[in-house]
Design a protein around this ligand. Structure first.
Ligand code: 5AD
Ligand code: SF4
Length: 443
């Protein structure tokens, strides 16, 4: 009698990931899912049927890290109901407070910092043996070289991390501590990854980095990397974020003018419009220098939509400093911007200084957000009647409708009964709605 050679069927384990913070975390979550996929995990959308719950955390502001502890508290009943459930914490809070998390939260099985994601399979094996696993080193090897190839593509757009870490040390920011020093991935690998993504239907790539325009490897800067990616067949659109004003080199600005694939969109955080505060923030540029960079970008590509980040209530910020911020915003005319109340982060230089009173910071934040919202509205309304290009990302909720993004990253609903995901079409904007544009496809 011969024995059956059919392997036993092992049901897949299920992984639920909750992601906080920036696009780099979104990208990392996908790569972590793939890494755990290599040891038998498939994604699930519910905590109830998960074998592992992973929280990918953000440490940029205090509220962001508080969320982790409330999430973990809420997971307690799930862990009690299913003692085999594994709970994992990844991301920048894991990096900064890993040991503390392990001490305070016995229900956590695994803590992994952003530079150690390639260690997840071996960490998972350890956890399955009933041990706890923690990795928060900055290993010498590149995690991306050790992560499996990308599989879980959703739609025609993809993020691609080209650079990690930051050497700028803005006085308020934890990134140089949690993500470490600037490291750029080799251009050859990035071009190979871009080629591979394009071959699988991706038409728009967003190059990511904490300080992406400081990209530098093997003789490539960001401009050269963008130019070579633009030349790859199938790569129709390129974007990059986040940039520092001091790294907007001439060749990068020139690329905005002469690379049609590079979208007319630039996220260039300024944080404040006051020279005194910029100095205290260690930004190493003035408001006028920032405005001069934008002038050069707009000279190269006049329809560039500018977006930014702002912090109000930085220690020592006076009414006059805040008025300078409002004045700068009025000068620029932003298409969109994020604004935050300053949040003291332990270990950063600014954390030593006295905070602006809460009610003052709150009032400033409200005033700034009202101005930014009106500018965002105006930029969106100005699109009505204009011809745009839309890359379809999914079907709309209504029949005969497709949803995608314009060159300026506006969400667009297009009336189009025959449209397909991944198509890049021309359309006329017919209406500006609360958070999107409506458009009609051109023949
Ligand atoms: N407090 C408030 N906002 C912060 N940011 C970074 N650190 C802090 C902090 N300590 C904001 C900056 C940055 C964005 C990603 O988050 O505006 O550009
Ligand atoms: Fe943080 Fe950006 Fe400043 Fe780097 S440049 S320290 S990431 S705010």
């Amino acid at each position: 009698m011969t024995q059956s050679t059919t392997p036993p069927i092992i049901p897949p384990k299920k992984l639920f990931i909750k992601t906080y913070g920036c696009q780099m975390n979104v990208y990392d979550s996908e790569r972590m899912a793939e890494s755990l996929g290599s040891v038998g995990y498939v994604p699930t959308d519910t905590v109830e049927d998960a074998d592992m719950v992973m929280i990918n955390t953000c440490h940029i502001r205090e509220k962001a890290s508080e969320k982790l502890f409330s999430d973990l508290g809420r997971l307690r009943p799930a862990k009690e109901a299913n003692p085999n459930l594994k709970i994992a914490v990844a991301g920048c809070v894991a990096q900064a407070e890993g040991a503390e998390i392990m001490r305070r939260m016995p229900l956590v099985d695994l803590v992994v910092g952003p530079q150690s994601y390639h260690r997840l399979p071996e960490m998972e094996a350890k956890v399955q043996r009933g041990e706890r696993a923690i990795e928060t080193e900055f290993p010498a090897e590149d995690k991306f070289d050790h992560l499996p190839e990308r599989k879980s593509l959703r739609g025609p757009t993809a993020f691609l991390t080209v650079q990690e870490g930051c050497d700028k040390f803005c006085a308020f920011c934890v990134v140089p501590y949690t993500r470490g020093a600037e490291v750029s991935r080799p251009p050859e690998r990035l071009l190979a990854e871009a080629r591979n993504l394009a071959a699988r239907g991706v038409r728009e790539l967003t190059l990511l980095g904490q300080n992406v325009n400081a990209y530098s490897a093997n003789g490539y800067g960001l401009a050269r990397l963008l130019r070579e990616m633009a030349a790859l067949p199938g790569v129709d659109r390129l974007r990059y974020m986040t940039s520092h004003p001091n790294d907007m080199e001439d060749d990068l600005i020139a690329a905005h003018g002469d690379l049609p694939q590079l979208m007319p969109y630039l996220h260039l955080p300024v944080q404040s419009g006051s020279d005194r505060i910029l100095k205290a923030m260690n930004r190493k540029h003035t408001a006028a220098e920032y405005l001069a960079v934008l002038d050069r970008v707009r000279a190269a590509r006049p329809d560039t939509l500018i977006t930014s980040d702002f912090i109000v209530g930085f220690p020592g910020e006076t009414d006059a400093d805040f008025a300078d911020t409002l004045a700068l915003v009025r000068k620029v005319g932003y298409g969109m911007a994020y604004s935050f109340k300053y949040s003291a982060r332990p270990g950063t230089p600014a954390a030593e200084k006295p905070d602006v009173e809460t009610h003052v910071a709150d009032a400033r934040l409200q005033e700034l957000q009202a101005l930014l919202t009106s500018q965002q509205r105006a930029a969106q309304d100005a699109m009505v009647g204009r011809e745009i290009a839309v890359l379809y990302e999914k079907q709309g909720r209504q029949a005969g409708q497709m949803v995608g993004k314009s060159q300026h990253l506006h969400a667009v609903h297009v009336t189009d009964a025959t449209g397909k995901v991944g198509e890049l079409v021309r359309a006329i904007v017919t209406e500006s709605k609360t958070n999107s544009l409506a458009a009609r496809r051109l023949a």
